[in-house]
Write a protein that binds this ligand. Structure first.
Ligand SMILES: *Cc1c(COP(=O)(O)O)cnc(C)c1O
Length: 374
């Protein structure tokens, strides 16, 4: 049977809801910036307890729009070393310079100490990333450091649909939260992104930027250096339908994670990144660290070949400062990030995962761990 690395879940009801929406959209001819986009924005904002949401073409566009609104041109933007390429790329595209900071080994996120070490007199913004869907309990302390310096905090919440800390949703801790609806994310619109904010000014700017920087929908006066960052109505319909499942998906993912936690507690040396008090992860990823010296490629090969279990992609296997294209922003070693990236594995978590699949993963990982690290 086996367990795949990822599974995208649209049941029959959702597929038929999307089909009905597509029929309606095609019949009306309102293919972009129409009622489905508005519906998606309102539902997403409500789901996260935020006043405003602006739907855009991708998570990367959401980040770039937030950073362009802040205006980071020719200035520094702190990003964590353990994140996806797009976190740093958005900074560069917005005209800023990424300053890549080390992370806290307990959360894979910036800590107050690693943030302080990366701040410069020319810091224009800080980007916090909720890796695997886990919001660091240091989020308020990080925000306080930013406030003290007068520097806006932007969240890359691409992993964190429906995650929270202290009952407050990911994406609501700073000036803006950027979400992605890429297919593997916890909810998807096919492709797409969302800017979440409590600032009506940022909302208005985001609407201008996403539509080629036009001052208004009906004029051709371009007042910002925007781009073609709209979300199509077809994507918005898919995202709206999928979002209705968010709570149920997160519940399922959390049940899987609890079984993994219990099973891994008995494994010497295979150390999960566990949920700190107050933090409620959506378990976009279930991250665990292999003991030093265990060959990750051999581990993944063994669980796949001997047990049919595909581990999901790491978050991430190479820190930003070692990405070839980001070499100009490399300053020195970031030992914690390098260690975390070299040792992490991600156990598969699906929004409709069965107990049987969960047990297959536990059996595979336990056996291979005993063989390679025992
Ligand atoms: C997926 C992702 C993005 C980019 O989202 P796209 O929709 O693919 O542009 C940015 N940051 C992180 C951490 C991501 O995982």
């Amino acid at each position: 049977m086996g367990v795949p690395a990822a599974r995208i879940v649209f049941d029959e009801i959702d597929r038929s809801a999307v089909a009905d929406a597509v029929t309606e959209i095609l019949a009306t001819g309102a293919l972009t910036l129409g009622p489905w986009t508005e519906r998606f924005e309102q539902a997403f904002a409500a789901e996260h307890g935020a006043p405003h949401a602006v739907a855009v073409a991708s998570g990367t566009a959401a980040l770039e729009i937030a950073l362009r609104t802040v205006d980071v041109r020719d200035r520094d933007v702190v990003v964590p070393a353990v994140t996806f390429y797009a976190t740093a790329a958005a900074v560069v595209h917005a005209g800023g310079r990424p300053v890549i900071a080390d992370v806290d080994p307990r959360t894979l996120a910036l800590s107050p100490a690693t943030l302080e070490a990366a701040l410069t007199p020319d810091t224009a913004a800080v980007v916090l990333v909720h890796i695997g869907g886990l919001v660091t309990p240091a989020v308020d302390a990080l925000r306080a450091i930013c406030d003290r310096r007068g520097v806006p905090l932007v969240e890359d919440a691409a992993h964190a649909h429906g995650s929270s800390y202290d009952g407050r949703a990911a994406g609501t801790f700073g000036l803006a939260g950027a979400f992605s609806f890429y297919p593997t994310k916890v909810t998807t619109s096919g492709e797409g992104g969302m800017v979440l904010t409590d600032s009506p000014e940022l909302r208005d700017e985001a609407r201008i930027y996403r539509d080629q920087g036009k001052g208004s929908f009906t004029t051709n006066h371009h007042v910002r250096l925007g781009a073609s960052w709209r979300m199509s109505e077809l994507n918005a319909a898919v995202g709206t339908v999928h979002l209705r499942r968010l709570k149920e998906f997160v519940e399922t993912r959390r049940r899987v994670a609890q079984r993994y936690d219990a099973a891994l507690a008995g494994l010497d040396g295979l150390q999960p990144i566990t949920e700190p008090a107050g933090s409620r992860s959506n378990y976009y990823k279930y991250v665990a660290l292999l003991p030093a010296g265990v060959d990750r490629a051999a581990f993944k090969r063994a669980v796949a070949e001997d047990f049919g279990v595909r581990l999901s992609g790491e978050v991430y296997d190479l820190p930003l400062h070692l990405q070839p294209v980001l070499a100009p922003y490399r300053r020195g070693p970031l030992p914690v990030a390098e260690d975390l990236c070299s040792r992490q594995i991600c156990l598969p978590v699906h929004s409709d995962m069965t107990e049987d699949e969960t047990d297959q993963v536990i059996e595979a990982v336990t056996a291979v761990h005993r063989r390679l690290a025992g």
